[in-house]
Design a protein around this ligand. Structure first.
Ligand SMILES: CC(C)(COP(=O)(O)OP(=O)(O)OC[C@H]1O[C@@H](n2cnc3c(N)ncnc32)[C@H](O)[C@@H]1OP(=O)(O)O)[C@@H](O)C(=O)NCCC(=O)NCCS
Length: 246
């Protein structure tokens, strides 16, 4: 659960403090670089934070983005698969006549969406309202859809587009209603929207042990990329690596 935003000791970095994720930690501070950081930037960040009391972790970083953190002593906490979909290969499909309906997410859906999200991801990855807004604003254009069954929100997806690059940012389905095709309906809609609005490719990342999501993505034509994203953490005796993810 996000508690507060911290002041920014280094330009181009978003820092978010969350409640304690692990025994012995007072808080978890997540560093989200919005630009390429160098070693001095990371050292300055560490001086500003308190790694003895706080679990200090990064967002999911590419190989290039994590170099400065590893130089300073950060270690791997999580490994995420990156999957790619060539949108030129998808065929337009007629809207299936199902009892599950899709519509644009509304403000009044917020508590349902966050409730599904909290039951889908552990504390480290679960969103609050700010995180949902940040996911929606991460790209110039986005699509925020909810799936409903008998007018009840049972799933959601946030997809972003920047030029021809598109990103499946967030996806969740009500736990009791999984394996009934709702996730596939949401992802197909995201792919269709991305293609129709000029996207050439879509990226999604997911934790390497999230076999259900990986199966779903591969089933819908995503391909695993060689590069993996990593979440890093500042090593501390109190921070065994154990979080679960998207
Ligand atoms: C990943 C997630 C979104 C999938 O949602 P879902 O509604 O269960 O997805 P679907 O039902 O469309 O497909 C899931 C699997 O069920 C199978 N399935 C679909 N309809 C089915 C049916 N009627 N009967 C049995 N199985 C079915 C699909 O083939 C698929 O299997 P596969 O992965 O082996 O191909 C859901 O498990 C979830 O919310 N997980 C937690 C959050 C998460 O991991 N999000 C993704 C992060 S990147």
């Amino acid at each position: 659960m996000l508690l507060e935003r911290l002041s920014r000791p280094v330009r181009g970095v978003r820092i978010v403090r969350r409640g304690a994720l692990e025994h012995g930690q007072t808080a978890c501070v997540q560093i989200i670089p919005m630009r390429q950081l160098d070693r001095r930037d990371v050292e300055r960040l560490l001086q500003h934070l308190d790694p003895n009391n706080e679990l200090v972790v990064t967002s999911a970083l590419s190989k290039r983005e994590r170099e400065a953190f590893i130089d300073v002593g950060f270690v791997e906490r999580e490994s995420l698969h990156l999957l790619h979909h060539d949108l030129r290969s998808i065929q337009p499909v007629a809207t299936a006549d199902t009892v599950v309906k899709l519509r644009t997410g509304r403000r009044t859906d917020l508590s349902s969406v966050l409730s599904i999200d909290h039951r889908s991801f552990d504390d480290f990855w679960a969103m609050d309202r700010d995180d949902l807004n940040a996911a929606r604003k991460a790209t110039p254009t986005h699509r925020y859809m909810v799936a409903t069954l008998n007018n009840r929100v049972v799933g959601y997806a946030v997809t972003g587009r920047a030029g021809t690059s598109t990103f499946l940012q967030r996806l969740g389905v009500e736990p009791d209603l999984r394996r009934k095709g709702i996730g596939s309906i949401l992802v197909r809609d995201a792919l269709q929207w991305a293609r129709e609005t000029g996207g050439a490719s879509m990226l999604v990342n997911t934790q390497d042990r999230n076999t259900r999501a990986l199966g779903l993505y591969e089933h819908l034509g995503f391909e695993l990329m060689a590069e993996q994203l990593k979440v890093l953490e500042w090593p501390s005796q109190n921070s065994p690596s154990s979080a679960a993810a998207p």
